[in-house]
Write a protein that binds this ligand. Structure first.
Ligand SMILES: Nc1ncnc2c1ncn2[C@@H]1O[C@H](COP(=O)(O)OP(=O)(O)OP(=O)(O)O)[C@@H](O)[C@H]1O
Length: 203
């Protein structure tokens, strides 16, 4: 996946660029920076959801996106929430549901699952699409600390097992370290990649 972004603007106001990213299968990067700096905007461009920018995007890697909210189909059970969006076979979906710890929950509707289980269902759906690159936007936010820690370990395992690359948007440098992702810091106006800010005890 290649992005050479010259500029991204909203209503004539430039928020991002210039910046470049290269990301291949098996590589992991995390983008960090203050609220409103442009992290989600960058993820939307990389995922192909936002094509309204100046620059070039390329690479034929399959991409899957995991958002902070699981965005599930409310009237379909967990199994169909994996098979319908991805087109994968029932057996493949059952296997991914098992890998995220949802055996026995296949026939449940999203409203019958906890938030943590819904997040794991969204993770199973993303991996069932057999992505080369997984793009994740704050996927561990608003989970209690224990659930977030388990999700992080699970994500690390599934990335290693599948060989997929990772582009993670997060506020939390510790998440990037746990996932062994190279940290990229966004700063400035319009935002670009910058050197890491000093650690709090050195500031
Ligand atoms: N659809 C939109 N229309 C207008 N402005 C937008 C739109 N989406 C984002 N912006 C602006 O672009 C800038 C970057 O937003 P973005 O959501 O990418 O930031 P972020 O770093 O992901 O923030 P947070 O960490 O709070 O989620 C912000 O100033 C935001 O107000």
């Amino acid at each position: 996946m290649r992005l050479d972004l010259e500029a991204k603007a909203f209503a004539g106001h430039e928020v991002l660029g210039p910046l470049s990213i290269r990301l291949a299968r098996g590589e992991r990067r995390a983008v960090l920076g203050p609220s409103g700096i442009g992290k989600s905007t960058l993820l939307r461009i990389l995922s192909g959801l936002d094509t309204d920018f100046r620059g070039r995007i390329g690479g034929d890697e399959r991409r899957a996106v995991v958002f902070q909210e699981p965005v599930l189909l409310p009237w379909r059970d967990a199994l169909a929430n994996v098979t319908i969006p991805t087109g994968c076979a029932d057996g493949v979906a059952r296997d991914w549901l098992a890998q995220v710890g949802l055996v026995g929950h296949e026939a449940k509707f999203p409203r019958q699952l906890s938030l943590g289980q819904q997040r794991r269902l969204a993770l199973a759906r993303a991996f069932a699409a057999a992505p080369d690159i997984l793009l994740m936007d704050e996927p561990f936010a608003s989970l209690d600390a224990g659930t977030a820690a388990r999700m992080l370990v699970l994500t690390d395992e599934l990335l290693s097992r599948s060989g997929a690359g990772l582009f993670l948007v997060t506020h939390d440098p510790a998440e990037a370290r746990t996932l062994r992702a190279e940290a990229l810091y966004l700063g400035g106006q319009p935002a670009r990649f910058q050197p890491a800010p000093p650690a709090p005890d050195q500031a």
